[in-house]
Design a protein around this ligand. Structure first.
Ligand SMILES: *Cc1c(COP(=O)(O)O)cnc(C)c1O
Length: 367
């Protein structure tokens, strides 16, 4: 579709090329399709990239969260404190472990889980805290590390949107047990896929057992596990993608800086001093009529999306399960104001200018 002669700019665009095609063909010809040597090589490369001692590949980001929590012994009767302002999998993964999600409100500065609100939600049943590095901006993960040490809790980092993000000079996914997703729209993809990163040898060993039917030796099942394995096809794609990730992240950051410099009519994303935001999303906050702006942008040829229109605690399934009968005002306000604009590495400089000019024009013409 074209609008006034220019191609529509999608809000996200996975980048897959000849290298990925060749890598997949090679795996198909090798006959080793399930988890094998290419998965091991991808794990080693991803661990080195993040700066963690171990990486355990699985078949989605959701799987990474479930396996990570199970490796920490989280199950029925346990509570995990997390943010209400994220993709639903941050919370449903907790429920899948038989545990209870406890929502604490966000910090309106960066829309991430507020460490003080999280601390206030700790009970004798709390087993873990799960901050989400939302949109690629690190949560205050050093404070969460201290909090978890003080109370003897596990720190699960939902880094599904934050491949390569850094807090105080250290990559996310190395503070606690890191969980990443390789869904097509993430900063890198394997089709579907995920990975767990950790510096804890024991947690890593448990993750490896849990992802493979709970067996350490073939057909001896001493633990509860399921099939969470990655295929070698996915791992081969991942190894190629990982080679591009830094260049893509740098382009995202440059696009975000350009957009932030040009957009006058809405609040642009904040980056905390000392952090590296990798802009999985470039999410602005608009004062009013967000949904009308989204429609007008679409008509002008600019894709945008609302991440997320309903806070998790107010999703019908969460209310149904008894996790939603309360108010978390900052998360609820964010859900009404946010709008994500294209920031992906395929944008040309003229696209960035057009996106910003269109946002400015549409908001100003309504004023
Ligand atoms: C994408 C995402 C997940 C889930 O990852 P999948 O690979 O889609 O299962 C979990 N949490 C957050 C914050 C995400 O963005």
């Amino acid at each position: 579709m074209t609008v006034s002669g220019r191609p529509f700019i999608p809000v996200a665009k996975p980048l897959v090329g000849e290298e990925e095609k060749r890598a997949v063909l090679e795996v198909l010809e090798s006959g080793q399709l399930a988890q094998g040597s290419r998965t091991a090589a991808f794990e080693e490369a991803f661990a080195a990239y993040v700066g963690a001692s171990h990486a355990i590949a699985v078949n989605s980001g959701t799987a990474a969260l479930i396996v990570a929590m199970q490796a920490h012994g989280i199950g029925p009767g346990d509570e995990v404190i997390t943010t209400p302002f994220s993709f639903i999998a941050s919370a449903t993964s907790i429920i899948a472990c038989g545990a209870t999600p406890v929502f604490a409100d966000i910090d309106p500065y960066d829309l991430n889980l507020d460490p003080e609100k999280a601390e206030a939600a700790i009970t004798p049943r709390t087993k873990a805290v799960m901050p989400v590095h939302l949109f690629g901006h690190p949560a205050r993960v050093e404070e969460f590390t201290d909090l978890c040490e003080e109370y003897g809790l596990a720190l699960i980092e939902d880094a599904c949107q934050a491949h390569g993000a850094e807090h105080q000079g250290r990559r996310v996914g190395t503070y606690g047990t890191g969980c990443f997703s390789f869904y097509p729209t993430k900063n890198m993809t394997t089709g579907e896929g995920g990975v767990i990163t950790t510096n804890d040898d024991q947690v890593a060993a448990r993750c490896r057992i849990i992802r493979n039917h709970g067996q350490e030796r073939r057909y001896l099942h001493e633990h509860f596990g399921l099939n969470w394995r990655m295929t070698d096809l996915a791992a081969a794609i991942g190894t190629v993608q990982l080679g591009h990730l830094e260049a893509w992240n740098e382009t995202r950051i440059a696009n975000a800086e350009a957009l932030a410099g040009l957009i006058r009519v809405a609040e642009t994303p904040r980056v905390r001093e000392g952090d590296r935001h990798v802009f999985h999303q470039f999410t602005i906050r608009v004062a009013r009529d967000r949904d009308r702006l989204l429609k007008a942008l679409e008509e002008a040829g600019v894709g945008s999306a609302v991440h997320y229109p309903i806070p998790i605690h107010h999703q019908p399934i969460m209310r149904q399960l008894g996790h939603g009968d309360f108010s978390l005002p900052f998360a609820e306000a964010a859900a009404e104001a946010v709008l994500s604009l294209p920031v992906h590495p395929s944008l040309q400089p003229e696209d960035v200018e057009y996106i910003a000019a269109t946002v400015n024009r549409l908001v100003e013409s309504r004023a």
